[in-house]
Design a protein around this ligand. Structure first.
Ligand SMILES: CC(C)(COP(=O)(O)OP(=O)(O)OC[C@H]1O[C@@H](n2cnc3c(N)ncnc32)[C@H](O)[C@@H]1OP(=O)(O)O)[C@@H](O)C(=O)NCCC(=O)NCCS
Length: 326
């Protein structure tokens, strides 16, 4: 690609930018029945998204002659205590023909501005199946961080109901509180190193009242013992970052957790997921979303068995001394 330029994206570019995004999304996400096609078919959400970033002067265009052939917009916010830049999935697209050079040109333009502002943590969500873009970003120093995955709540999950699972009620709040705290320590340790906010007992009671938590029990103990949970809620709105829609099942906010002695092949995770899928089907929910850190060895194996990975968020850490040496 020769004679290209990078300049500001303007309102008059939005129609062309949306076309490039839709084409890219169809190419890399069109093969999954679980991924919502609303983002491709009803593009009003993307238009508003781009307008907001154009107004805030956080939107670049890639042009070849007079033709728009790509764009990139971004957000800036504190992430785990560090001011960071973030390019969500709706925030970028480049025509296939110019992909590698085009993305590089766009990234060079915005990343210099970020680093000049001491923003050293760069995050970017791409289509999971776009292997060319993934390879180009890995060469720049990005690495996997998070996957957004989607599933249709399957009614054919083949697993024995070997464990006792109940829907949590207020009297289970104490046992659930302890499991949530245990899960927090699991995420904080190697190899994940994710620091999550602690829950208080009142937060747990509220969660039980407002969401759905299914708990697994080992009844072989004198006083039956809580050994795991899964949390499923039904979304109330379209989410332009993880791309889930209103009335989708969401496996958050405490996700799923099983104690070490009961996880990794005994079938409890599958049985909990079966319960969550059943709940979704009974609530008229046809798609379910989950996200997980790729550094989480259990999650990275487990969810991929039942969900289609659709979005991959990658992250690059810039040398922190780059602006301090003249
Ligand atoms: C993730 C988690 C809920 C999965 O539950 P689990 O009880 O370990 O998984 P299961 O035993 O039900 O396994 C289900 C399937 O995944 C496979 N699987 C599970 N863990 C695996 C691993 N580490 N490696 C390879 N395969 C694995 C099993 O072989 C099984 O496949 P099959 O149906 O073909 O036999 C559980 O491991 C856990 O709580 N991990 C720690 C917390 C966590 O990571 N939570 C998720 C946060 S996003």
């Amino acid at each position: 690609m020769k004679n290209y330029i990078v300049d500001d994206l303007s309102e008059s570019d939005i129609g062309g930018a949306v076309e490039i995004w839709v084409d890219q999304n169809r190419r890399y996400c069109g093969n999954s029945a679980a991924f919502p096609d609303l983002w491709r078919n009803n593009t009003g959400g993307i238009v508003g998204f781009l307008q907001a970033r154009i107004q805030r002067k956080a939107a670049r265009a890639l042009r070849h002659g007079h033709d728009l052939c790509g764009y990139l917009t971004y957000d800036k916010f504190p992430f785990n205590g560090e001011m960071s830049s973030f390019v969500p999935a709706l925030a970028h697209a480049v025509v296939e023909e110019y992909k590698e050079e085009g993305y590089l040109a766009l990234y060079r333009s915005v990343s210099q501005e970020w680093v000049d502002q001491n923003i050293f943590n760069h995050m970017w969500t791409i289509n999971y199946n776009d292997l060319k873009l993934r390879a180009a970003l890995y060469d720049l120093g990005f690495g996997s961080y998070l996957i957004d995955a989607f599933a249709c709540p399957d009614d054919k999950m083949d697993c024995a109901d070997s464990f006792v699972i109940t829907r949590a009620s207020e009297s289970d709040a104490g046992a659930l509180f302890e499991l949530i705290e245990e899960s927090r320590l699991y995420y904080r340790a190697t190899p994940i190193f994710l620091n999550r906010e602690p829950y208080q007992i009142d937060d747990v009671k509220k969660l039980i009242g407002e969401s759905n938590v299914f708990m697994a029990w080992d009844e072989a103990w004198d006083d039956k013992k809580a050994i795991g949970f899964i949390n499923v809620s039904v979304s109330q709105e379209n989410n332009n970052i993880d791309m889930s829609l209103e009335n989708h099942g969401l496996l958050d906010e405490i996700g799923a957790y099983i104690q070490p002695g009961y996880r990794g092949g005994k079938g409890l995770g599958k049985q909990l997921l079966k319960k969550a899928f059943e709940y979704c089907r009974n609530s008229g929910v046809s798609r379910v979303h989950v996200d997980f850190e790729t550094a989480n060895p259990f999650a990275n194996k487990f969810w991929r068995k039942y969900f289609d990975p659709m979005l991959l968020s990658v992250r690059r850490t810039i040398n922190k001394n780059v602006n301090s040496i003249n």
